[in-house]
Ligand binder design. Structure first.
Ligand code: C2E
Length: 355
């Protein structure tokens, strides 16, 4: 039921009211504000609990994570962008089509008037060839001058119309670029979202396979984030996500790629870099994070330092992107099990330095 048309059909089908009730019941149970966006999310969940969105909501419920505004926004940006994107692209397409109509009408009008001007010139030329009476020259010249002025005015109007249309088209292009950015950005942290990460990993994997270049993947997860959230509240939890994201965004700047993969988990892609180098770089990042003491904005209370766990995995020969990610996930689990605040190499080489 990933097809928006199927979803629309369900909303008008025999199950519509049952699904609406189920969505609202769940929103009450999980303390989700009944905003239109949240309702849309939960309606999708009720209609298809096995979808990617359903699985992510199930994961959040199982982890006891709250459905904060930021979480819901991030879910919508990741799992509902298609419908929104389609709508925005359709709007932009309609606007573009109206703009093209206007330009086309203006060009047709200019063409008609330049044709009429050509006829006037031809008539004047015939008149001049057959009629040498100077008294008839005055109205002929006046006629030509009127026709020339008319064409000049129409040319000016056309030029103005084209300038306005060019401006509109540029604005539309910027708007579409923004829509595209929004659809691939995590609203809370401004890093790429999971969808963007999947696309980027697929691309990096293809390039690495084709070129034979090395490719490394890292996964980073905030330690005891749930406990932190429960102690200090979700708003402060969101700030911690933003802080870790700002550090990872810095080290994951292009040509690298950093994304919020879900909840408190981040993923980074390092094309052309070895796991050994990334391991050492991330160890420094972990030290930097652990040594910074955060403060609660509302009360200025000392929150203490937070730590993160990480893993790195280097692409093996003929390995799929999916398996690479699985190995990185497994190594992250090893980092957690070994006491957190450390980087583990996916190959599990002994003696990987703790941060
Ligand atoms: P933000 O609050 O929008 O801050 C953006 C950047 O402005 C910060 O990037 C930092 O460079 C600067 N900045 C903001 N407030 C202060 C301040 O009181 N002192 C100093 N020296 N610089 C400040 P940074 O450090 O990478 O943090 C990124 C985001 O992480 C922040 O966005 C905020 O959401 C969160 N964050 C970082 N540190 C703390 C903290 O101690 N407490 C809380 N509640 N959030 C923090």
């Amino acid at each position: 039921m990933d097809n928006p048309a199927d979803f629309e059909a369900i909303l008008r089908g025999p199950d519509a009211y049952r699904l609406a009730r189920s969505a609202l019941d769940m929103m009450v149970r999980y303390k989700v504000w009944p905003t239109p966006l949240n309702y849309e999310l939960w309606l999708h969940y009720s209609a298809n609990p096995k979808s990617a969105l359903g699985q992510e909501i199930d994961r959040l419920i199982a982890a006891g994570d709250p459905f904060t505004e930021a979480t819901c926004e991030s879910l919508a940006a990741t799992f509902l962008p298609k419908a929104k994107l389609n709508e925005q692209i359709r709007d932009a397409g309609d606007q573009l089509s109206r703009e093209l109509d206007t330009v086309s009408r203006a060009i047709q009008a200019a063409h008609a008037s330049s044709k009429a001007y050509g006829v006037t010139l031809a008539d004047a030329s015939t008149e001049l060839a057959h009629n040498s009476d100077p008294s008839t020259l005055r109205p002929l010249v006046a006629n030509l001058s009127d026709a020339t002025r008319l064409v000049e005015e129409e040319n000016k109007a056309l030029q103005k119309q084209l300038q306005e249309s060019t401006k509109e088209v540029h604005q539309l292009r910027d708007h579409l670029a923004q829509v595209r950015r929004d659809a691939t950005t995590d609203a809370l942290t401004n890093l790429g979202n999971r969808k963007a990460f999947d696309t980027e990993l697929r691309h990096a994997h293809e390039v690495a396979e084709r070129s034979g270049e090395v490719l490394t993947l890292a996964v980073v997860d905030i330690d005891h984030f749930k406990r932190f959230n429960d102690t200090w509240g979700h708003q402060t939890g969101d700030q911690v996500l933003r802080y870790v994201a700002s550090v990872l965004g810095r080290v994951g700047a292009p040509p690298r790629f950093a994304a919020r993969y879900g909840g408190e988990e981040f993923a980074l892609i390092f094309p052309g870099e070895t796991a050994a180098n990334i391991h050492s770089m991330l160890s420094d990042v972990l030290k930097e994070i652990a040594s910074r003491s955060l403060r609660r904005r509302s009360t200025n209370e000392e929150l203490g330092a937070i730590t993160v766990s990480a893993s790195v995995a280097e692409l093996k020969n003929k390995e799929t992107a999916h398996t690479l990610l699985e190995r990185a996930d497994a190594a992250l689990y090893d980092s957690k099990r070994a006491g957190r605040n450390r980087v583990t190499n996916a190959e599990g080489s002994p003696g990987e330095a703790a941060a």
